[in-house]
Structures are given as C-alpha cells and as structure tokens.
Design a protein around this ligand. Structure first.
Ligand SMILES: CC(C)(COP(=O)(O)OP(=O)(O)OC[C@H]1O[C@@H](n2cnc3c(N)ncnc32)[C@H](O)[C@@H]1OP(=O)(O)O)[C@@H](O)C(=O)NCCC(=O)NCCS
Length: 173
C-alpha cells in the first residue's frame, strides 16, 4: 500500500516503490530534463537504481526524502519534489518528465512538499539551489517565499542558493 504524504487537486505526493525504477530511469535519461542539473548530462539507468535504493532506505530509516510525485488522474510517475541532504544541508528540489512541464504542476507539488517537510517532518533551514539560467526553477523557489542567501559553483557553473530569510538571517555561511 502506497504511503501518501499529501494530495493536491491534481497530484499525489507519495513514498517511492521499487516498481518506480523504470519510469524514473526514463525521466533522467532525457537530456532536456537534466540540462540544468549537475553536469547537465542525462543519467544512465544505474543512477536510477542507486536513487531508488537510497530513497527506499531513507523512507524506512527517517521517513523523509524527495517525494515521488504521481499524476492523480492517470497514476503516472511524474518525477520528484522535496528534500535531500546529500550536499550537507537540506536541499529542496524537483525533477519532472518533460510532458508535465508548463502546466503549473511544478509549483503545485513544491507548495505541498514544502508543507510536508515543515509540518509532517518538522524540517527547518531548508535551502534550494539552482543555476541562474533555470528560470522555471528560480520562479518556483521565489513563489515558495525563499530569497537568495548565498551563491556557489557546481561543475564550474555559478549557482544561486535560496532559503527563508527568517531562518538564514546571516545568509549561508
Ligand atoms: C523546472 C520545472 C520543475 C518547472 O516545472 P513546471 O511544472 O513547468 O512549472 P510551473 O508550470 O509550476 O511554473 C511555475 C512558474 O515558473 C514559470 N516557468 C516555468 N518554466 C519556465 C521556464 N522554462 N522559463 C521561464 N519561466 C518558467 C511559470 O511561468 C510559472 O510562473 P508564474 O507562476 O509566475 O506563472 C520543470 O521544468 C523541470 O522538471 N525541469 C527539469 C528539472 C530541473 O531543472 N530541476 C531543477 C534543478 S535546480
């Protein structure tokens, strides 16, 4: 039985299942989806295997991880939204199959996943980061109420880091 963390008008935010592997592998194999992530290259199936192993383990051990986002009407896996800590701080992010872009799902999922992180899991000092040219992601981050708290680089590309001003009064140190 799938554990559902939140329902919105059009989405289910739920725990991952091992059977999500092939759908997730297809999403991250798309160069357009991965253009603004890490080194900007599509990821092999082995990366999806590693991801599913990790999220299943995190669900079991601590409850929270990036949540699977499912299209409620069709039951299709769209991608993920939520928090991970592999960069050493709480990093809120998202990633959806191209067919779901441009319909308001990105913000719909982000608002619900943020609620889950803050209220179900009591997480604080959540950050989010993006390459500056990823206009859609930056717009969603701003609509979530985050402002710039720092900057950095990743794979030699400039990176902007966002957070809630009240939680980062001195910015990211
Ligand atoms: C970024 C992404 C999540 C956006 O999802 P989406 O469902 O298309 O976003 P929404 O439809 O909810 O749009 C939210 C806002 O961003 C704007 N927006 C979305 N994509 C945009 C783009 N490419 N350029 C400019 N603005 C964009 C929308 O117009 C909307 O603004 P508004 O509310 O002021 O009208 C999606 O394109 C995606 O999965 N990209 C690949 C993965 C990725 O880049 N992850 C983040 C790495 S940091």
């Amino acid at each position: 039985m799938k554990k559902i963390h939140a329902r919105t008008e059009r989405l289910l935010l739920r725990d991952w299942e091992a059977s999500d592997l092939e759908d997730y592998a297809r999403i991250i194999a798309d160069p357009l989806v991965m253009e603004h992530i890490g080194d900007g290259k599509p990821r092999p199936r082995s990366n999806a295997v590693e991801f599913i192993d990790t999220v299943l383990a995190h669900q079991e051990s601590r409850g929270w991880t990036r949540l699977a986002v499912e299209h409620a009407k069709t039951g299709q896996l769209m991608g993920f939204c939520g928090v991970d800590d592999k960069i050493g701080r709480l990093d809120f992010g998202w990633r959806y199959a191209k067919e779901f872009w441009g319909g308001g799902y990105g913000y719909e999922a982000a608002a619900a996943a943020l609620w889950v992180c803050q209220n179900t899991f009591s997480l604080t000092q959540i950050t989010s980061q993006s390459y500056p040219e990823n206009a859609g992601s930056i717009r969603i981050i701003q609509k979530m109420g985050m402002t710039q708290i720092g900057e950095g680089t990743d794979f030699g590309r400039p990176l902007v880091v966002f957070g809630f001003e009240s939680e980062w009064p001195n910015g990211l140190k």
